[in-house]
Write a protein that binds this ligand. Structure first.
Ligand code: FES
Length: 88
């Protein structure tokens, strides 16, 4: 079981524990933590998170990502992770 810490969500940090079998986006939704998203297929880039620590398994995506960025809909944790929501 892995811990996901989400910084900067509604002005606070949320923590949840997951098995790593679903995308981070789905895990957050299952815990009533809502992120911007649209396609859920790695195309739109709305679900970008900053990976602050830990490792993820990332599926293919068509969005150019900067260093440390992941797509919540395409990544699942393979260790405890800490992520941050981007400020737009
Ligand atoms: S929801 Fe579109 S890239 Fe993740």
């Amino acid at each position: 079981m892995f811990k996901i810490d989400v910084d900067n969500i509604n002005g606070k940090t949320e923590s949840l524990y997951v098995f790593g079998e679903q995308s981070i986006l789905t895990e957050l939704e299952d815990n009533q933590i809502l992120l911007n998203h649209s396609c859920r297929q790695g195309h739109c880039g709305l679900c970008i998170l900053q990976l602050l620590s830990g490792d993820v398994m990332h599926q293919d995506c068509l969005v150019p990502l900067s260093r440390g960025e992941i797509l919540a809909c395409q990544a699942r944790p393979i260790s405890d992770i800490k992520v941050s929501v981007r400020d737009f």
